[in-house]
Design a protein around this ligand. Structure first.
Ligand code: AMP
Ligand code: FE
Ligand code: FE
Ligand code: ZN
Length: 281
């Protein structure tokens, strides 16, 4: 007997662009994803959605599906979480208002970090950091890069290890949304909210709490999840009838060597997301 194996089209739902801490521009990501034959992708920048409309226009020209995405920084009990939003309307006013507020908070935080660095003899101008972050989210990676460029440290990693890493002398905590608010925000914008890489960030009890708060799905496929973790989260997905997502979490450059599409999921799971939202194809 002869079987014809029809392989499922693949998708990568977790990719960072240079609007947050990724290396590639949104256009480069779309070009690459098309080249390797992905059917759909989502660019999920940290707390930033401003690049999505232009990316959507470009992806339509290139005939690859771009699912609106974002990765929100959230805090729940003692857990620092990353919550992924998918399929929301990028023009939704409340969502844009929140992103704007968050960007202002990041700017305030960057100013504070620069002040603390001054106490250690490190003088960097805010303008330089703003130039590095471009139009995207201003963050510690931009400060670390500037420290290397200006010769205050030998490497990007040294900047984190000595000064701005979590708990370091010049680290200022970032504003974070609560999961309840994140879920409502994404919901009212027409999307679904999924926890990113839970294996890195949260206990099972915490995860169940989030599910009770209305979390829609769990990211199972992620470079830092073991097969055991993938299987474990699939059981939870089954039990609570949740959505399953996954992707490469590609940042590219030396920050993370994983490339776009290297971790992927079948398009079938995207169809399930659409079905949950009551969307046509
Ligand atoms: P921020 O959003 O400004 O807090 O920056 C978070 C980003 O900084 C992370 O996504 C990493 O890319 C980078 N980062 C955080 N901690 C470290 C660390 N200890 N070493 C290297 N990079 C780090
Ligand atoms: Fe990141
Ligand atoms: Fe993340
Ligand atoms: Zn990510």
């Amino acid at each position: 007997m002869c079987y014809r194996i029809v392989s499922q089209p693949r998708v990568d739902l977790h990719i960072h662009s240079n609007r947050s801490d990724g290396f590639f521009s949104t256009r480069q990501i779309i070009d690459y994803a098309r080249k390797i034959g992905l059917k759909a992708i989502s660019i999920t920048d940290h707390d930033d959605i401003a690049g999505l409309e232009e990316a959507q226009r470009y992806s339509q020209q290139q005939d690859i599906e771009l699912i609106p995405g974002v990765e929100l920084s959230a805090k729940f009990k003692s857990f620092d979480l990353h919550l992924l939003g998918y399929f929301f309307d990028p023009r939704n006013p409340q969502l844009n208002q929140y992103i704007e507020f968050f960007q202002q908070e990041r700017l305030r935080r960057a100013r504070k970090i620069l002040e603390l660095l001054k106490n250690h003899g490190i003088r960097l101008s805010l303008d330089l950091i703003l130039k590095k972050s471009g139009q995207g989210s201003i963050g510690r990676p931009h400060i670390a890069e500037a420290m290397v460029e200006e010769g205050y440290v030998h490497s990007y990693q040294e900047a984190f290890n000595k000064y701005i890493g979590d708990g370091g002398p010049c680290c200022v905590p970032k504003y974070k949304i609560t999961p309840g608010d994140a879920i409502s925000l994404i919901n009212q914008a027409g999307g679904v909210c999924v926890i990113a890489h839970p294996g890195m960030d949260i206990s099972d009890d915490g995860l169940i709490d989030l599910i009770k708060l209305g979390l829609h799905g769990i990211e199972t496929i992620h470079p830092r999840h073991t097969q055991q973790q993938v299987d474990h989260y699939r059981e939870i997905i089954q039990k609570y009838q949740l959505l399953e997502t996954g992707g490469s979490d590609c940042h590219a450059e030396n920050k993370s060597p994983v490339m776009i599409g290297q971790f992927n999921i079948p398009y079938l799971l995207v169809e399930k997301m659409k079905a949950r939202l009551g969307r046509q194809k």
